[in-house]
Design a protein around this ligand. Structure first.
Ligand code: 5GP
Ligand code: MG
Length: 189
């Protein structure tokens, strides 16, 4: 089945949101040295931009890898821990968990539980995007960039079956019916 990508959040809107988030985090942490924990793979672009906007000192950047989607456009509900946390890096430290998007909330809840098992001094959650319509597991987002509708989106780290992470802006995936695709192919002949 064919699909097209419809512009949804521009590079400028993303940049403004990242800057605003960095400002809030800097104000709250007031010079405290942070441990950043980013959830891979989706958050890799966002965290790279965020850390370069922060003025707060960063002690270290840790990467946690979770997986829930597979090739589908809705969450499978099963969250797998593919790469876990280094507990010694987290213990007694102020931790900022960085997510690309909170959708059902399941993977964020898993990440928060993994973190708490490492006894950090504090944990706050920063997510670029929030899709509240699909929430099944409540999570408190301390720093939120942009609220999105219940649509499947790609770009800026977010993939569809591993594709489109490299796009600098965010797009909604529009599925085209088989007949529409055939019609387009016919007219291209
Ligand atoms: P959860 O449902 O556990 O809150 O979300 C898990 C993960 O699914 C997110 O971190 C993100 O990587 C992925 N995800 C959720 N919504 C979308 C979406 O609209 N597009 C893409 N590409 N990934 C999403
Ligand atoms: Mg994610």
């Amino acid at each position: 089945m064919g699909y097209s990508l419809v512009p949804y959040i521009s590079q400028a809107e993303i940049a403004a949101a990242v800057q605003q988030l960095a400002k809030q985090i800097d104000q709250d942490y007031a010079g405290q040295s942070l441990v950043i924990v980013a959830v891979l793979k989706g958050a890799f672009v966002f965290v790279a931009d965020l850390v370069r906007q922060l003025r707060s000192p960063i002690q270290r950047i840790e990467l946690l890898r979770l997986s829930s989607y597979g090739a589908a456009t809705t969450s499978s509900g099963q969250v797998q821990v593919l790469v876990g946390l280094d507990a010694a890096a987290i213990a007694q430290q102020p931790v900022l968990l960085v997510e690309d998007i909170v959708d059902t909330g399941r993977s964020t809840a898993v990440a928060l539980n993994l973190l708490r098992d490492c006894y950090p001094a504090s944990v706050k959650l920063c997510s670029l995007l929030d899709k509240p319509a699909r929430r099944t597991t409540p999570v408190q987002i301390d720093y939120l960039g942009i609220t999105v509708e219940d649509r499947f989106i790609v770009g800026y780290g977010l993939d569809w079956n591993e594709r489109h992470r490299e796009l600098p802006a965010i797009y909604a995936v529009k599925q085209e019916s088989a007949t529409a695709v055939e019609g387009r192919l016919d007219s291209a002949k």
